[in-house]
Structure formats: structure tokens, C-alpha cells
Design a protein around this ligand. Structure first.
Ligand code: URA
Length: 202
């Protein structure tokens, strides 16, 4: 638990134009912009270096992430790390964030209002990180950047998006939990991460 004084609902009203991740995350961990603050154990701001080789964007923290404050540390995280290795990437080289920074109760899908309330955090991180490429994991993350995008059609097809004044390559992939649910997808998932390794020259 933080020793900081409690903050009212709707904090912060505007997203800070922070110069560093530390400065940004110090405000983010106190966020009460949507109702998820009432049920979360803690905010999961994201983790990784300030000059990552890839920005990965998932959906929302699960139970383990809510407990530990770090994204993708549960079963999906273990699969993600082994897939990153296929792309020649270690977890230390990538920044991992989520569309929504607080765990939705019972791991339900994030609601539109929650995604809207949280959107500015990812925008601020993109300004700071200036990532060379974004990899979205699953439908929710894809649609954060390409609202009508269908993951079944766009998976492993390189896209271009304009975000925070930058035109960036975006590589949409399935969410690791989809592969955990359907192990027959694993080989193609691995191939798609292999393609990512080629895209980033790794
Ligand atoms: N699933 C996500 O989308 N994000 C996490 O951080 C963990 C599981």
C-alpha cells in the first residue's frame, strides 16, 4: 500500500506531460480515472527500458499482475517470454504495457469507458519511449490503434499507424492467452514471432 494521501475519483483530470517514465508512473500509480481503482490491488504501469526495441501492448492485468504490479508475469507472460526469445529479444529489451492498467474484476474484458479513461497513459508512454515498432497482443490492443481492425485478418501483417504525431510500424499478434487456450496455434505463433525478429533485424 502507498503512504500517499487518498485521491478523489477522476484523478488526474489531465495526463501529465512527463519527461520520464519514473515521473509518469509516479502519477499513474495513484490513478482513479475509472472505477477499476476500487477493486485493484495496484496499478500495473508497464515495465521495460526507456529506449526499448519493441513496445508490446496487451489488454489488462490479470490476478498475478495485480498482485505483483508487473505486466505479463502469469502463464501468458511465460509464453510471451519464450516467444520473445524466438524473435531474438529478451524481456529486458522490450517495454510491456497494457491498454488498461488495472485488473478488471474476474478478468472480464475492459469496458469502453475504462479504455477511454486509460488511453492517455499509453499515449504519454509512447511520447517518452518513442518505440521503433509496436506489437499489439490481441483484439483489444489492436483496436486501440486501428479501431476497425480484425485480429483474424491482420495478425502478423505489418501495419502503419500514426500515433502521438509519429508514423510507426505496428505488428498485430494474437494474445498469448488465445494460444494457451488453443495449443494448435503455437507453431504459427512461434513463426510470427520469428517474423518479428526479421522485422527488427534481430
Ligand atoms: N494479459 C494481459 O493482457 N496483460 C497482462 O499484463 C497479463 C495478462
Amino acid at each position: 500500500m502507498s503512504d500517499s494521501p487518498p485521491v478523489p475519483p477522476g484523478f488526474p483530470a489531465t495526463f501529465p506531460d512527463a519527461a520520464s517514465l519514473e515521473e509518469l508512473h509516479a502519477v499513474m500509480v495513484r490513478c482513479t480515472r475509472c472505477d477499476l481503482f476500487m477493486s485493484r490491488a495496484q496499478v500495473v504501469p508497464g515495465s521495460g527500458p526507456s529506449s526499448p526495441r519493441v513496445l508490446l501492448v496487451g489488454e489488462a492485468p490479470g490476478a498475478t499482475e495485480d498482485r505483483e504490479g508487473v505486466p505479463f508475469v502469469g502463464r501468458s507472460g511465460a509464453l510471451l517470454e519464450s516467444m520473445l526469445a524466438v524473435a531474438g529479444l529478451s524481456r529486458d529489451a522490450v517495454f510491456i504495457a497494457n491498454v488498461v492498467r488495472c485488473r478488471p474484476p474476474k478478468n472480464r474484458n475492459p469496458r469502453t469507458a475504462e479504455m477511454r479513461a486509460c488511453a492517455g497513459w499509453l499515449a504519454a508512454q509512447i511520447r517518452i519511449l518513442d518505440p521503433p515498432i509496436i506489437v499489439t497482443l490481441g483484439r483489444c490492443a489492436l483496436q486501440r490503434f486501428i479501431p476497425e481492425g480484425k485480429i483474424t485478418q491482420l495478425q502478423a501483417e505489418l501495419q502503419q499507424v500514426t500515433v502521438e504525431g509519429r508514423t510507426l510500424p505496428l505488428y498485430p499478434l494474437l494474445h498469448p492467452s488465445a494460444v494457451l487456450r488453443n495449443p494448435t496455434l503455437r507453431q504459427s505463433y512461434e513463426d510470427q514471432f520469428g517474423k518479428l525478429g526479421g522485422l527488427i533485424g534481430g
